[in-house]
Design a protein around this ligand. Structure first.
Ligand code: ADP
Ligand code: MG
Length: 194
């Protein structure tokens, strides 16, 4: 099963990804997490992207594509014959490069879980997360920037996947458990149980 999870910053992609990945027994690949790992480890990539991410900007398409394609070639993805991508693609350019990559690898997308949420509750959630996780990009100014970047760069992808009939929209307001139930129900209805 090859899936994406999309939605605005703070919608709960990372939180909900685990449940979906468990459900289908596939690894989650989170670009945000991969970038944060690189920053924490002080890799060359990490040094290049640290300031960018702290400012709420996107990492370049080229760097992001390369990191994702490399990750998709790892044995766990091959063995489980699937993946759940969280945070990718995030621009139309990334989506085009991803299409090409999938075609070359003879893979195709099965579905795109799109979390929808009220913008006010997003900011509120992220400020709460900032207190718990202390993410460098969870302050009010950066959050505003990230929501803005999402609207400009990433929201157009919803149209693209919608036209292909891949979109599985789920309301992300409510408790973690409620949203998880909604996602599971929507996936089973749409893609069948595994
Ligand atoms: N596909 C991507 N392209 C470019 N930058 C990305 C991508 N994915 C993540 N990033 C960078 O990592 C940051 C954190 O990502 P993420 O943890 O997915 O945030 P959230 O889940 O709150 O939207 C983003 O604000 C961006 O700077
Ligand atoms: Mg996230």
């Amino acid at each position: 099963m090859n899936l994406l999870i999309m939605g605005p910053p703070g919608a709960g992609k990372g939180t909900q990804a685990g449940g979906i990945a468990d459900h289908y027994n596939i690894p989650t690949i989170s670009t945000g997490q991969l970038f944060r790992d690189n920053i924490a480890l002080g890799t060359a990539l990490g040094k290049k992207i640290e300031a960018l991410i702290a400012g709420g900007n996107l990492v370049s398409d080229e760097v992001t594509n390369e990191m994702v394609f490399d990750r998709l070639s790892k044995p766990d993805v091959r063995k489980s014959r699937g993946f759940l991508l969280d945070g990718y693609p995030r621009t139309l350019e990334q989506a085009a490069a991803f299409d090409k990559h999938l075609r070359a690898a003879r893979m195709r997308l099965d579905g795109v879980v799109a979390l929808t949420a009220d913008p006010n509750s997003l900011t509120h959630r992220m400020l709460k997360r900032a207190e718990i996780e202390g993410r460098a990009d969870d302050n009010e100014e950066t959050i505003r920037k990230r929501i803005e970047v999402y609207g400009i760069e990433t929201a157009p992808l919803l149209d693209l996947y919608g036209k292909r009939g891949l979109l599985i929209e789920v309301d992300a307001d409510g408790s973690v458990e409620d949203v998880a139930d909604r996602i599971r129900w929507a996936l089973d209805a749409r893609l069948g149980r595994k």
